[in-house]
Design a protein around this ligand. Structure first.
Ligand code: IPM
Ligand code: MG
Length: 351
């Protein structure tokens, strides 16, 4: 069981260190090797996704990623920006299925900006297609036209791309509440008319799952109006980018949310849903729980170790119940801890 660890930028190294300690504590004989991705890779190798990292990542069964990005790299040409490293590894490893759960932990109910009755018990899984759509579509670029600059990108999905993410979504729904909402913009975009048609075709193989469709603007509205109507949502790359940020904020604690990006054989890249938080980097105060929960997803999806995954998730729940809080989820009366102490608390709960 080979794991490639990519700590990345900002708070990435601090939070990944805690997640690695959790992995080691499980005593499962993982082989771990570290590599560079993002801004740190640009600094060291002049590219955000170096050859050496590519080789490590390709050879691994799973990848644990901290976060990439930071202001110091924002001025670089597009192909050298940290985000390009992330998009590069997703595309290179064919990680087309992005799973982003949004779960409200009862202990953190007050962290949400929404009324408790709207979000209490929230448990949504957003499945975002990750290697197609306008993110990668050709043609793309900038050109001069009639004496002015014109920017253009292409939204494109093939039937086979829609079908494979459809199967992932239906199978995920089968393991949960058996409700799948597919999000598109078929009233305007042909590309997403095809999305809807193919989802309906795929649904024939899953009579036990109830498929509904929603236009993306309405979905954005319903997510804040009545989020508990959703079980699993499936959508394209760009809509999924936006809706998954919205969904994560329903919980008020993005520092708690893990994510998985899987290929057809369940090889996966696991990372927290939050970013590199350069403003608090190096201060030992970042919340490592999203990364630790990403390890739980890795155990479940890539290694099929459901029992170990639950062990890690239960340890996190125990720590929350015990009152441990990093700054981002802190409330009066709780025990304020830093990154390392939070890791210590999870390790103690595991033991
Ligand atoms: C995400 C991020 C990335 C994306 C960026 C950093 C390229 O927002 O993982 O959601 O847009 O996919
Ligand atoms: Mg995003």
């Amino acid at each position: 069981m080979k794991i490639c660890v990519l700590p990345g930028d900002g708070i990435g190294p601090e939070i990944t260190a805690e997640a690695v300690r959790v992995l080691q504590a499980l005593d499962l004989r993982f082989e771990m090797e570290e590599g560079l991705l993002g801004g740190c890779a640009v600094d060291a190798c002049d590219t955000p996704y170096p050859e050496a990292t590519r080789n490590l990542a390709r050879a691994a069964d799973a990848i644990l990623l901290g976060a990439v990005g930071g202001q110091q790299w924002d001025g670089l040409p597009r192909e050298k920006r940290p985000e390009r490293g992330l998009l590069g590894i997703r595309k290179d490893l064919n990680l087309f299925a992005n799973l982003r759960p949004a779960i409200l932990y009862p202990e953190l109910a007050n962290a949400s900006t929404l009324k408790p009755e709207v979000v209490a018990g929230l448990d949504i899984l957003i499945i975002r297609e990750l290697t197609g759509d306008i993110y990668f579509g050709q043609p793309r670029g900038l050109r001069e036209e009639n004496g002015e600059r014109v920017g253009f990108n292409t939204m494109v999905y093939s039937e086979s791309e829609i079908r494979r993410i459809g199967h992932v979504a239906f199978q995920a729904a089968q393991k949960r509440g058996r409700k799948l909402c597919s999000v598109d913009k078929m009233n305007v975009l042909e590309c997403t008319q095809l999305w809807r048609d193919v989802m309906i075709e795929v649904s024939k193989a899953y009579p036990d799952v109830e498929l509904t469709h929603m236009l993306v603007d309405n979905a954005a509205m319903q997510l804040v109006k009545a989020p508990k109507q959703f079980d699993v949502m499936v959508t394209g790359n760009m809509f999924g980018d936006i809706l998954s940020d919205e969904a994560s904020m329903l919980t008020g604690s993005i520092g708690m949310l893990p994510s998985a990006s899987l290929d057809e054989k369940n090889k996966g890249l696991y990372e927290p849903s939050h970013g590199s938080a350069p403003d608090i980097a190096g201060r030992g105060i970042a919340n490592p729980l999203a990364t630790i929960l990403s390890v739980a997803m890795m155990l479940r999806y890539t290694f099929g170790l459901e029992e170990q995954a639950l062990r890690v998730e239960n340890a996190v729940k125990k720590v929350l119940a015990g009152g441990y809080r990093t700054g981002d989820i802190y409330e009066r009366g709780m025990l304020k801890v830093g990154t390392k102490e939070m890791g210590d608390a999870v390790l103690a709960a595991l033991a």
